[in-house]
Design a protein around this ligand. Sequence first.
Ligand code: PMV
Length: 329
Amino acid sequence: MTSAIAIAHPNIALIKYWGNRDDLLRLPSNGSISMNLDGLFARTQVAFDPAFTQDSLSLNGREETGKALARMTGFLDLVRRLSNTDIYAQVISENNFPTAAGLASSAAAFAALSLAATHALGLDIGERDLSCLARRGSGSACRSIPGGFVEWLPGNDDQSSYAVSIAPPEHWDLVDCITIVESLPKNTGSTEGHRLAGTSPLQTARVADAPRRLDICRQAIINRDFEALAAITELDSTLMHAVMMTSSPPLFYWHTSSLALMKEIPDWREHGLPVCYTLDAGPNVHVLCQGTAANQVKGRLEQFPGVEQVLPARPGGPAQLVENLISTL
Ligand code: PMV
């Protein structure tokens, strides 16, 4: 038996990925930028053993079958092909953050799985190839491979679509106050959502304007310019949701308290608080602020009607093998 354990953080997109040019390869319609979320992680253990008669997956202590297992097996087939083997694997994965956070937990899970599975099979592939591989599991997973503030270069084929770090975690003390407004069952998942993006007449315009937004966001991060980051992050989030709401069938992810927060937060900013919002494919609101304002922002959010919980997360590092992590402690 050969095995390895890796951890990876989820990430929050500041410039969003929504829609693919190629659904199978998960080649995105546009580039995206995100921040890894420290403190939150998926921890994934992979063991390959010739004695196994099939792949198995335990997710947060529950044995998975059906869709989740099939998706993981399809992904492991890619890894097996890379190392010319047909040995089955046992995968045990746990998130240390509540499922209710509505975070794209698949990003952290597939990033950790990519690293642990390749390492367990003795494949020593670099960050770029690992990011390409993680992308095949879940697009945004490619952004959880490098550390800190990350840009996914859309590319035009399997090898040219990967993510790179544009600044390390310590570059900028930003905090994502993940604001949970609803712990209801999941909405339409992102894999299905990406397929619908092209049915919105707004998607072409959103994609065409993406290079401009990416430039503004990248520069705002490099210059630690919060005002510029706030404006482009909020615009980009609303553009993605406009596409979602106008696709066929339409996808409405906002709840009344999400919208109330979206109206409130720019007001706080106008009154001097360095704070802005962004929403992924769910009702919870990611409230980004400068570290100096984090306590005040968290306090205000906890008082806000409809808010159930606030989880603060600073910029996080890259996906790592647990053995490396222990040796650097
Ligand atoms: O990687 P996926 O298929 O889970 O898609 C992620 C989609 C969003 O979270 C809505 C946006 C993004 O860029 O993370």
